[in-house]
Design a protein around this ligand. Structure first.
Ligand SMILES: Cc1cc2nc3c(=O)[nH]c(=O)nc-3n(C[C@H](O)[C@H](O)[C@H](O)COP(=O)(O)OP(=O)(O)OC[C@H]3O[C@@H](n4cnc5c(N)ncnc54)[C@H](O)[C@@H]3O)c2cc1C
Length: 277
């Protein structure tokens, strides 16, 4: 947008010369939101290795010297996809369990001292779409990001389903066996309204914002064609998560790499074609 490619009126509002009017640039943003529930554990978790300074130093040294230990593995140590209802054809929720608990909403985020763990769930296919727009023509000014989460009935229903799956997990004998205490709000004792309110208040982005330069048929409904070329602009492609028409069902890193592999082939094919012509 700062280079003059985007919704013409919005660019003019910021005194930017319009190179190409592309109304969908910055529109259609999607992201995954995850809700977490916290538990005190009956046995030691990674909190013992990461909460106190001395333990942090030992754990850090283990990783630096031997490449092993908790810092050599992702924090989401087990994860999977589940169907919120048996009748669903495909999974519609991603769940994780982390053998660690931490506070992220305090002034200084920290791993908790007491043994604890998390259970998390995120709807795979949100429908809500937000936007990213300019706050200013100064590139050092942060843009305006409007997530617009939970804007559809389906997204609100899926937020409640995510909480229900965590309630079922928390009540299983194997999770109960390692639970010393369910921290508030106790997911097993919540009404649907409580669940939605909790999701609204406490669900977080899992850092998958995408789709703000999405592929599609024409410039009125998208930014790119199916070969990732910007509609109506020669020699310009967008190859990143913003090109997705929809956010993927799961994590976005591997899909971005797949997109980039595919794009590199397209660029070579188009260059070869141009040489033939
Ligand atoms: C904290 C965090 C945790 C995540 N965890 C996971 C995970 O566990 N699994 C997973 O699959 N995904 C994860 N993701 C998401 C994943 O990293 C992103 O979806 C993916 O990296 C997006 O790739 P991209 O190429 O679209 O953007 P990026 O990887 O952000 O690449 C954009 C690049 O453009 C550069 N750039 C920006 N502006 C300019 C400019 N003006 N000129 C030149 N260069 C510029 C940036 O420096 C950057 O290198 C996580 C993201 C975050 C932030």
């Amino acid at each position: 947008m700062l280079s003059g490619l985007g919704p013409a009126a919005h660019l003019r509002d910021h005194g930017i010369a319009v190179v190409k009017d592309l109304p969908q640039v910055g529109q259609g943003m999607q992201d995954h939101l995850a809700v977490s529930h916290y538990f005190r554990a009956t046995e030691a978790t990674l909190n013992a290795r990461l909460a106190r300074v001395l333990a942090q130093m030992i754990t850090g040294a283990q990783y630096l010297l031997m490449g092993t230990g908790p810092l050599s593995a992702p924090v989401n140590q087990c994860s999977g996809y589940v169907r919120s209802r048996r009748s669903n054809r495909v999974p519609d929720l991603q769940i994780y369990a982390n053998p660690i608990s931490y506070q992220t909403r305090t002034a200084s985020p920290a791993v908790e001292q007491e043994a604890g763990f998390l259970l998390c769930a995120q709807p795979c296919r949100p429908e809500s779409r937000g936007s990213i727009t300019l706050a200013s023509s100064d590139p050092t000014t942060p843009p305006v990001i409007q997530a617009n989460s939970l804007a559809t009935e389906n997204d609100r229903a899926m937020a409640i389903e995510a909480e229900h799956v965590l309630a079922q997990l928390a009540a299983t004998p194997s999770v109960q066996a390692i639970t010393a205490k369910r921290l508030e709000p106790d997911v097993t004792a919540m009404s649907d309204d409580d669940m939605l309110a909790n999701f609204r208040d406490n669900a977080n982005t899992v850092f998958h914002p995408s789709c703000t330069c999405r592929m599609g048929r024409n410039a009125q409904e998208s930014v790119l064609d199916s070969r990732l070329r910007v509609h109506g602009v020669d020699g310009l492609r967008v190859v990143d998560a913003s090109a997705f028409p929809n956010v993927t069902s799961g994590n976005t890193n591997a899909p971005v790499m797949m997109l980039a592999e595919r794009a590199s082939r397209m660029i070579l094919e188009d260059a070869a074609q141009a040489r033939r012509v």
